[in-house]
Design a protein around this ligand. Structure first.
Ligand code: ZN
Length: 151
């Protein structure tokens, strides 16, 4: 188990040091800002949708290692997903981080979390759950709001 935990930490550290898909997206169709005042994390998520498919996902912002790593891993895993799959991932991620199942959305189809499983450990640190899920909440708001939805 300790080895697994170390591996998780390595993935999180790597993504927080070298965030993937960091920066502005020129042709964003959907965008939203999110912040987590408890920790000081601020993030903007931009998506480019092609029909109902996420073609590109980028983010920028400042925050702790967990919030940045989460956003980085999220943008990686969103690319090529449908809107439905992106929402399903959001719920799966939420369940993984909180350890609680999302009863309101019980009907969603299970999706493969892949690398996102590294965030399983945050459920032991309730204050960190918001850090790990900030990018995901922001992404969901972006999907709902479109490019002018929030700024
Ligand atoms: Zn944080």
């Amino acid at each position: 188990m300790d080895e697994l935990r170390e591996l998780y930490q390595e993935v999180i550290l790597d993504h927080s040091k070298y965030p993937r898909n960091f920066g502005k997206l020129g042709c964003a169709t959907h965008r939203a800002d999110g912040d987590n005042p408890l920790c000081g994390d601020k993030i903007r998520v931009e998506l480019e949708l092609d029909g109902r498919m996420v073609k590109e996902a980028r983010f920028e912002g400042v925050g702790c290692a967990i919030s940045m790593a989460s956003a980085s891993l999220m943008t990686e895993s969103l690319r090529g997903k449908s809107i439905e799959q992106a929402k399903a991932l959001f719920h799966q991620m939420h369940e993984t981080c909180t350890g609680q199942s999302d009863h309101l959305e019980a009907g969603h189809e299970p999706v493969e979390l892949g690398k996102l499983v590294v965030f399983e450990g945050v459920r032991q640190y309730p204050l960190r759950v918001k850090c790990a899920t900030l990018a995901w909440h922001t992404m969901r708001n972006a999907l709902v709001g479109g490019a002018e939805g929030s700024s």
